[in-house]
Design a protein around this ligand. Structure first.
Ligand code: NAD
Length: 242
């Protein structure tokens, strides 16, 4: 069993992933910006709560240091923390651009740069990065789409670089998942959340929206022993054909 770090673990996909890892017997360090929600989720899951802004280089260094000191050397890393700041391109502010790149791209870079050395040292490691179907292009989201596509390039390069050391790196790209993020989109569109889900399900092949556990299942596959011959891949988990 391994020491795993999951970012954005206070709720949604990150919380479901942390819970899944804990059930599998891994020891989990849970990082999130929202200290209060994180503390409650960590008690439920049985993980170590480390309040962290993943876009802050120093905060990430302190969180990884604390993980090593209190739990041991991590060999599983899930870069899941994220949010969207949607706007049409003409209205998008530089802050909205930078914030979205900060959490997704800087965050993924900062954690991976530090944690990979423990994986290389162990001769075994699993990096699983959370992208999105928005990486394929999503109107009103050039910042988020570009950052999520960037995560795919980052992961493929990482997979090529660390494969010889026994470390795999893969991407899970979710479609519509019921979480605080999609609830916020519903509010922005002035829709009731249930209604928003019903409308979304109509254009999904399996005719339902996803749950955080649907994504945790895919993450658990990539993080597991049996996925050792799979690296640099993107798994779309969207109930759909793309
Ligand atoms: P969520 O809002 O429920 O959870 C995201 C978590 O990330 C929150 O707890 C938040 O506090 C945390 N976070 C945000 N910024 C952070 C930062 N700078 N440092 C540390 N933690 C931070 O959303 P979710 O749906 O569970 O999203 C998880 C991931 O899945 C995100 O990367 C998101 O882009 C991606 N995703 C979600 C969907 C969806 O439909 N919900 C679809 C595709 C991709």
């Amino acid at each position: 069993m391994a020491i795993a770090i999951v970012t954005g673990a206070a709720r949604g996909i990150g919380a479901a992933t942390a819970a899944r890892f804990a059930r599998e017997g891994h020891t989990v360090a849970m990082l999130d910006l929202d200290a209060e929600a994180l503390a409650a989720t960590a008690v439920e899951v049985g993980g170590l709560a480390i309040p962290t802004d993943v876009s802050d280089e120093g905060a990430v260094a302190a969180a990884v240091e604390r993980t090593v000191a209190e739990l041991g050397k991590p060999t599983i890393l899930v870069n899941n923390a994220g949010y969207a700041r949607d706007a049409e391109i003409g209205d998008m502010t530089t802050e909205e651009w930078d914030e979205v790149f900060g959490v997704h791209m800087r965050g993924t870079f900062f954690t991976t740069r530090l944690v990979q050395k423990y994986m290389v040292e162990a001769g075994w490691g699993r990096v699983v990065n959370i992208s999105s179907i928005s990486a394929l292009g999503h109107a009103g989201r050039v910042n988020y789409s570009a950052a999520k596509a960037g995560i795919i390039g980052f992961t493929k390069a990482l997979a090529a670089e660390l494969g010889p050391a026994g470390v795999t790196a893969n991407v899970v790209a979710p479609g519509f998942i019921v979480s605080a993020m999609t609830a916020k989109t519903a509010r922005r569109l002035g829709r009731d959340f249930e209604e928003h889900q019903r409308i979304a399900a109509e254009s999904i092949a399996v005719r339902r929206v996803g749950r955080p556990e649907d994504i945790a299942n895919a993450v658990a596959f990539f993080a597991g022993e049996e996925a050792g011959f799979v690296t640099g891949q993107v798994m779309y988990v969207s109930g759909n054909v793309s």
